[in-house]
Design a protein around this ligand. Structure first.
Ligand code: LMR
Length: 392
């Protein structure tokens, strides 16, 4: 059976990491996968995380299974992140293996309860959205989002697309730090989005992987909180990979909010059945780290400071990249980068330029031209900008 198979194409993002790891060039730069690098070019373990891990090592008493949705204390922490500390929505959370795991669970769950819905993703979106919801059996369609000419959100186009959606359709929204464009709706725009969701009876699925990396922990949740306040039922798929630097611990969550506790309980019982059949129950370690940090005042303050440093460094690299390109006489205006948020921006580099940068300079960029600004450092900036200037 296996002999008949053709090679599957490499993943557009993780396949690039494989190629990067195999590249012997000592000056190689990875601006592909959404992983944060510090000023020295490594993905560090946060101090708060190390300290929490030390505490866990001392106090852990068993390796017994967690419940299907994970530890209740973790679920509580997740909902505080999403909805704010004082929120009391009828909602329930399951700890999933990463944000991808949350999306996978969402796909399976939603297909069971609403099999004929269309899933709508932004044009462009994280490529894996298409694969995950396609594999779940949904038709996946695109809604207008990015205007490549103006490098801004095509908001009228987005609303016009939303008006063509059918009742019960699922709209995937990037809650902040849109992946891949770095362009988020403004507060008033989120309000209008919420209104159209209600008018058209859509189900919003918020993908929230970059909280704290854009404008701030609460600021980055603004869009999600506007939707949650205005719309009765929502699904949130969130991740702590980036803001806690816990990538390999696979620590994510799926949260359902509904109109009443009774409805949430019913929906959540179905979600648990889905999880049981997919992976039974989640891995404990990453969730325990997050819970330990958030429930300890000192660790929490230290962690908040560490996220703020990440946010500042990303903003600084955006400024520096634009300034150095300008200093090199590049005429194309890259200043749009400084008004975008999170790890990603569309550089505007075409596939040919992306290929040349990789082959000549070992600079790895996703084929769409998406760059991970968090892979830039003061040390690699000069050669990076020189190489980019050359291909333009
Ligand atoms: C990315 O978009 O680079 C990240 O979300 C990592 C991934 O899994 O693709």
């Amino acid at each position: 059976m296996f002999e008949k198979l053709e090679m599957a194409p490499a993943d557009p993002i993780l396949g690039l990491t494989e190629a990067f790891n195999n590249d012997p060039n000592p000056t190689k730069v990875n601006l592909g996968v959404g992983v944060y690098k510090d000023e020295t070019g490594i993905t560090p373990i946060m101090n708060s995380v190390r300290r929490a891990e030390g505490m866990l090592l001392e106090t852990e008493t068993t390796k017994g299974y967690l419940p299907i949705p994970g530890a209740p204390a973790y679920g509580k922490v997740v909902r505080e992140f999403l909805f704010g500390q004082d929120s009391a929505y009828p909602a329930a959370t399951a700890h999933t293996p990463g944000g991808t795991g949350a999306l996978r669970v969402a796909g399976q769950f939603l297909k069971k309860i609403n099999p004929n819905a269309t899933v709508w993703v932004s044009d462009p979106t994280w490529p894996n959205h298409n694969g995950i919801f396609g594999d779940a059996g949904f038709t996946v369609e695109k809604y207008t989002y990015y205007n490549a000419q103006t490098r801004t959100l095509d908001f009228n186009g987005m609303l016009a697309s939303m008006k063509t959606m059918a009742a019960g359709d699922i709209i995937i929204l990037h809650a902040c730090c849109h992946n891949p464009s770095g362009i988020d709706p403004a507060v008033e725009q989120w309000e209008q989005i919420a209104q159209v969701i209600n008018e058209k009876s859509l189900l919003p699925l918020m993908d929230f992987a970059y909280q704290g990396l854009g404008r701030g922990l609460d600021e980055d949740a603004e869009g999600l909180r506007i939707i949650a306040a205005a719309v009765e039922e929502i699904v949130v798929c969130s991740s702590f990979s980036k803001n806690f630097g816990l990538y390999k611990e696979r620590v994510g969550a799926i949260t359902l909010k509904a109109g009443s506790t009774e409805t949430v309980d019913k929906a959540f019982s179905n979600l648990k059945t889905v999880i049981r059949r997919l992976y039974s129950n989640p891995p404990a370690h990453g969730g325990a780290i997050v819970t330990t940090i958030m429930n300890d005042t000192t660790l929490r303050a230290e962690w908040e400071d560490e996220v703020a440093q990440i946010r500042r460094r990303i903003a600084e690299m955006r400024e520096l990249f634009v300034a150095i390109l300008k200093a090199k006489g590049v005429e194309r205006d890259f200043s749009f980068l400084t008004s975008q948020y999170g790890m990603f921006s569309f550089s505007g580099l075409n596939p040919e330029q992306v290929k040349t940068l990789r082959e000549k300079n070992s600079i790895y960029i996703v084929g769409s031209g998406r760059i991970n600004v968090a892979g830039m450092t003061k040390a690699n900036m000069e050669p990076l900008c020189a190489a980019v200037a050359k291909v333009l």
